[in-house]
Design a protein around this ligand. Structure first.
Ligand code: VGL
Ligand code: ZN
Length: 234
Protein backbone atom coordinates (compact mmCIF):
# COMPACT_ATOMS: atom_id res chain seq x y z
CA UNK A 1 0.00 0.00 0.00
CA UNK A 2 1.17 3.55 -0.73
CA UNK A 3 1.40 6.24 1.90
CA UNK A 4 -1.84 7.24 3.55
CA UNK A 5 -1.79 10.11 6.05
CA UNK A 6 -5.21 11.72 6.43
CA UNK A 7 -6.03 15.27 7.55
CA UNK A 8 -9.46 16.76 8.31
CA UNK A 9 -10.45 20.25 7.15
CA UNK A 10 -13.59 21.70 8.73
CA UNK A 11 -14.59 24.69 6.65
CA UNK A 12 -16.24 27.86 7.98
CA UNK A 13 -18.60 26.49 10.68
CA UNK A 14 -19.32 30.07 11.72
CA UNK A 15 -22.36 31.94 13.02
CA UNK A 16 -22.78 34.00 9.85
CA UNK A 17 -23.25 30.84 7.77
CA UNK A 18 -25.96 29.46 10.09
CA UNK A 19 -29.58 30.22 10.88
CA UNK A 20 -31.23 31.90 12.69
CA UNK A 21 -29.03 35.00 12.73
CA UNK A 22 -26.34 34.39 10.13
CA UNK A 23 -25.92 37.12 7.52
CA UNK A 24 -25.22 34.50 4.84
CA UNK A 25 -27.07 31.61 6.43
CA UNK A 26 -27.01 28.22 4.74
CA UNK A 27 -30.33 26.39 5.24
CA UNK A 28 -30.00 23.95 8.19
CA UNK A 29 -26.33 24.93 8.52
CA UNK A 30 -26.17 23.95 12.19
CA UNK A 31 -27.56 20.47 11.52
CA UNK A 32 -24.23 19.09 10.28
CA UNK A 33 -22.44 19.85 13.57
CA UNK A 34 -22.87 16.31 15.04
CA UNK A 35 -21.38 14.72 11.92
CA UNK A 36 -18.47 17.14 12.01
CA UNK A 37 -17.91 16.53 15.73
CA UNK A 38 -17.79 12.78 15.16
CA UNK A 39 -15.13 13.32 12.48
CA UNK A 40 -13.21 15.78 14.66
CA UNK A 41 -13.19 13.82 17.91
CA UNK A 42 -13.63 10.12 17.05
CA UNK A 43 -11.34 9.49 14.06
CA UNK A 44 -7.63 9.11 13.44
CA UNK A 45 -6.46 12.20 11.57
CA UNK A 46 -2.83 13.37 11.59
CA UNK A 47 -4.17 16.92 12.00
CA UNK A 48 -7.62 18.50 12.33
CA UNK A 49 -7.93 22.00 10.92
CA UNK A 50 -10.81 24.47 11.15
CA UNK A 51 -10.98 27.41 8.75
CA UNK A 52 -12.68 30.71 9.45
CA UNK A 53 -13.81 33.25 6.86
CA UNK A 54 -12.32 36.44 8.32
CA UNK A 55 -12.95 39.64 6.38
CA UNK A 56 -12.10 43.30 6.92
CA UNK A 57 -15.12 45.66 6.81
CA UNK A 58 -14.05 47.00 3.42
CA UNK A 59 -13.89 43.55 1.80
CA UNK A 60 -14.49 43.51 -1.95
CA UNK A 61 -17.15 40.78 -1.72
CA UNK A 62 -19.52 42.90 0.40
CA UNK A 63 -22.35 44.36 -1.67
CA UNK A 64 -22.51 47.50 0.51
CA UNK A 65 -18.98 48.41 -0.53
CA UNK A 66 -20.11 48.98 -4.14
CA UNK A 67 -22.33 51.68 -5.68
CA UNK A 68 -25.87 50.95 -6.90
CA UNK A 69 -27.44 49.69 -9.02
CA UNK A 70 -24.98 46.82 -9.39
CA UNK A 71 -24.68 46.00 -5.70
CA UNK A 72 -27.33 43.44 -4.84
CA UNK A 73 -26.17 40.76 -2.39
CA UNK A 74 -26.35 37.21 -3.87
CA UNK A 75 -27.15 38.64 -7.34
CA UNK A 76 -24.65 41.23 -8.54
CA UNK A 77 -21.17 40.55 -9.84
CA UNK A 78 -18.39 43.14 -9.99
CA UNK A 79 -15.03 42.98 -11.75
CA UNK A 80 -12.18 42.11 -9.40
CA UNK A 81 -8.48 42.64 -10.23
CA UNK A 82 -5.58 40.47 -9.18
CA UNK A 83 -4.07 42.26 -6.15
CA UNK A 84 -0.51 41.13 -6.92
CA UNK A 85 1.65 44.04 -8.16
CA UNK A 86 2.17 43.76 -11.90
CA UNK A 87 -0.81 41.44 -12.33
CA UNK A 88 -3.59 44.03 -11.92
CA UNK A 89 -4.78 43.68 -15.50
CA UNK A 90 -5.92 40.14 -14.73
CA UNK A 91 -9.61 40.29 -13.73
CA UNK A 92 -12.44 38.00 -12.66
CA UNK A 93 -16.16 38.41 -12.01
CA UNK A 94 -16.87 38.43 -8.27
CA UNK A 95 -20.26 37.64 -6.78
CA UNK A 96 -21.42 40.04 -4.07
CA UNK A 97 -22.55 38.98 -0.61
CA UNK A 98 -24.13 40.48 2.47
CA UNK A 99 -21.60 41.70 5.04
CA UNK A 100 -20.45 38.51 6.78
CA UNK A 101 -17.66 37.13 8.97
CA UNK A 102 -16.15 40.50 9.78
CA UNK A 103 -12.96 39.84 11.77
CA UNK A 104 -13.58 39.66 15.50
CA UNK A 105 -17.39 39.90 15.34
CA UNK A 106 -19.94 37.42 16.70
CA UNK A 107 -20.78 36.42 13.12
CA UNK A 108 -17.19 35.31 12.53
CA UNK A 109 -17.07 33.10 15.61
CA UNK A 110 -17.32 29.33 15.41
CA UNK A 111 -20.80 28.02 16.22
CA UNK A 112 -20.78 26.69 19.81
CA UNK A 113 -22.08 23.27 18.65
CA UNK A 114 -18.64 22.48 17.19
CA UNK A 115 -16.25 20.74 19.59
CA UNK A 116 -13.33 23.10 19.08
CA UNK A 117 -11.30 21.21 21.72
CA UNK A 118 -10.75 18.60 19.00
CA UNK A 119 -9.35 21.19 16.54
CA UNK A 120 -5.55 21.27 16.27
CA UNK A 121 -5.20 24.37 14.09
CA UNK A 122 -7.40 27.32 13.14
CA UNK A 123 -6.74 29.12 9.86
CA UNK A 124 -8.21 32.54 8.99
CA UNK A 125 -8.76 33.42 5.34
CA UNK A 126 -10.21 36.23 3.24
CA UNK A 127 -8.27 38.89 5.13
CA UNK A 128 -7.09 40.96 2.14
CA UNK A 129 -9.78 43.59 1.41
CA UNK A 130 -9.09 43.52 -2.32
CA UNK A 131 -9.62 39.88 -3.22
CA UNK A 132 -11.96 36.95 -2.59
CA UNK A 133 -10.64 33.79 -0.97
CA UNK A 134 -13.06 30.85 -0.87
CA UNK A 135 -10.29 28.25 -0.75
CA UNK A 136 -7.99 28.05 2.25
CA UNK A 137 -5.09 27.22 -0.10
CA UNK A 138 -5.24 30.15 -2.54
CA UNK A 139 -7.15 33.33 -3.37
CA UNK A 140 -9.53 33.65 -6.31
CA UNK A 141 -6.61 34.21 -8.69
CA UNK A 142 -4.71 31.19 -7.43
CA UNK A 143 -2.20 33.36 -5.56
CA UNK A 144 -0.52 31.37 -2.83
CA UNK A 145 2.80 32.78 -1.59
CA UNK A 146 1.98 36.35 -2.53
CA UNK A 147 -1.40 36.45 -0.84
CA UNK A 148 -1.99 38.52 2.28
CA UNK A 149 -5.39 36.88 2.51
CA UNK A 150 -4.52 34.01 4.84
CA UNK A 151 -2.67 33.73 8.17
CA UNK A 152 -1.24 30.21 7.68
CA UNK A 153 0.40 28.38 4.78
CA UNK A 154 -1.75 25.30 5.20
CA UNK A 155 -0.15 23.40 2.33
CA UNK A 156 3.23 23.73 4.06
CA UNK A 157 1.77 22.66 7.42
CA UNK A 158 0.15 19.57 5.88
CA UNK A 159 3.25 18.63 3.86
CA UNK A 160 5.28 19.04 7.07
CA UNK A 161 3.11 16.33 8.61
CA UNK A 162 3.42 14.13 5.50
CA UNK A 163 -0.32 14.40 4.84
CA UNK A 164 -1.41 12.65 1.65
CA UNK A 165 -5.21 12.81 1.88
CA UNK A 166 -7.44 15.70 2.86
CA UNK A 167 -11.00 15.01 4.09
CA UNK A 168 -13.26 18.06 3.88
CA UNK A 169 -16.61 19.02 5.45
CA UNK A 170 -18.33 22.24 6.46
CA UNK A 171 -19.93 25.28 4.86
CA UNK A 172 -20.68 26.10 2.20
CA UNK A 173 -20.58 23.13 -0.16
CA UNK A 174 -20.93 25.20 -3.31
CA UNK A 175 -18.33 27.84 -2.39
CA UNK A 176 -15.62 27.42 0.24
CA UNK A 177 -15.81 23.61 0.53
CA UNK A 178 -15.73 23.18 -3.25
CA UNK A 179 -12.84 25.59 -3.83
CA UNK A 180 -10.83 24.18 -0.93
CA UNK A 181 -11.26 20.61 -2.22
CA UNK A 182 -10.25 21.50 -5.78
CA UNK A 183 -7.24 23.43 -4.53
CA UNK A 184 -6.23 20.54 -2.28
CA UNK A 185 -5.77 18.49 -5.45
CA UNK A 186 -3.71 21.31 -7.01
CA UNK A 187 -1.58 21.33 -3.84
CA UNK A 188 -0.81 17.65 -4.41
CA UNK A 189 -3.18 15.92 -1.98
CA UNK A 190 -5.93 13.43 -2.64
CA UNK A 191 -9.23 15.11 -1.69
CA UNK A 192 -12.40 13.59 -0.22
CA UNK A 193 -15.58 15.59 0.45
CA UNK A 194 -18.04 14.03 2.89
CA UNK A 195 -21.50 14.56 1.41
CA UNK A 196 -23.48 14.46 4.68
CA UNK A 197 -20.96 16.85 6.24
CA UNK A 198 -21.68 19.78 3.94
CA UNK A 199 -24.61 21.98 2.84
CA UNK A 200 -24.91 24.54 0.07
CA UNK A 201 -25.87 28.22 -0.19
CA UNK A 202 -28.10 27.09 -3.08
CA UNK A 203 -29.94 24.05 -1.70
CA UNK A 204 -30.93 21.07 -3.87
CA UNK A 205 -29.49 21.51 -7.34
CA UNK A 206 -26.56 23.49 -5.90
CA UNK A 207 -25.09 20.31 -4.47
CA UNK A 208 -25.79 18.19 -7.58
CA UNK A 209 -23.92 20.69 -9.78
CA UNK A 210 -21.14 21.04 -7.22
CA UNK A 211 -20.69 17.28 -7.02
CA UNK A 212 -20.19 17.11 -10.80
CA UNK A 213 -17.59 19.88 -10.65
CA UNK A 214 -15.77 18.21 -7.78
CA UNK A 215 -15.64 14.83 -9.49
CA UNK A 216 -14.52 16.39 -12.80
CA UNK A 217 -11.54 17.83 -10.93
CA UNK A 218 -10.67 14.54 -9.27
CA UNK A 219 -12.23 15.11 -5.86
CA UNK A 220 -13.88 12.02 -4.38
CA UNK A 221 -17.36 12.60 -2.93
CA UNK A 222 -18.00 10.04 -0.21
CA UNK A 223 -20.58 9.15 2.42
CA UNK A 224 -20.08 9.50 6.16
CA UNK A 225 -21.14 5.85 6.67
CA UNK A 226 -18.93 4.58 3.84
CA UNK A 227 -15.73 2.51 4.07
CA UNK A 228 -13.31 5.47 3.77
CA UNK A 229 -14.59 7.06 7.00
CA UNK A 230 -15.21 3.76 8.78
CA UNK A 231 -11.53 2.88 8.31
CA UNK A 232 -10.56 6.05 10.22
CA UNK A 233 -12.45 5.07 13.35
CA UNK A 234 -10.28 5.75 16.39
C1 VGL B 1 -18.40 31.51 1.75
C2 VGL B 1 -19.49 33.01 0.41
C3 VGL B 1 -18.70 34.05 0.87
C4 VGL B 1 -18.26 30.10 2.24
C5 VGL B 1 -17.59 32.53 2.22
O1 VGL B 1 -17.76 29.89 3.37
O2 VGL B 1 -18.65 29.18 1.50
N1 VGL B 1 -19.33 31.76 0.83
N2 VGL B 1 -17.75 33.78 1.78
ZN1 ZN C 1 -16.67 35.36 2.67
Amino acid sequence: MGDFVPALLVVDMQEDFCPPNGALAVENGRSIAPIINDLLCNRRFAIRVATQDWHPKDHISFAVNHPPPNNLPFESFITMSNPVPGKETQTKPQQLWPVHCVAGTEGASMIPEIKTDCVDLFVKKGMDPGVEMYSVFADAFGNVDSTKSVDTDLKAVLKGKNVTDVFIAGLAGDYCVKCTAIDAIKAGFRAWVIEEGTLCVVPGLGWEKTKEELEEDGVHVIHVDGPEIDMLRA
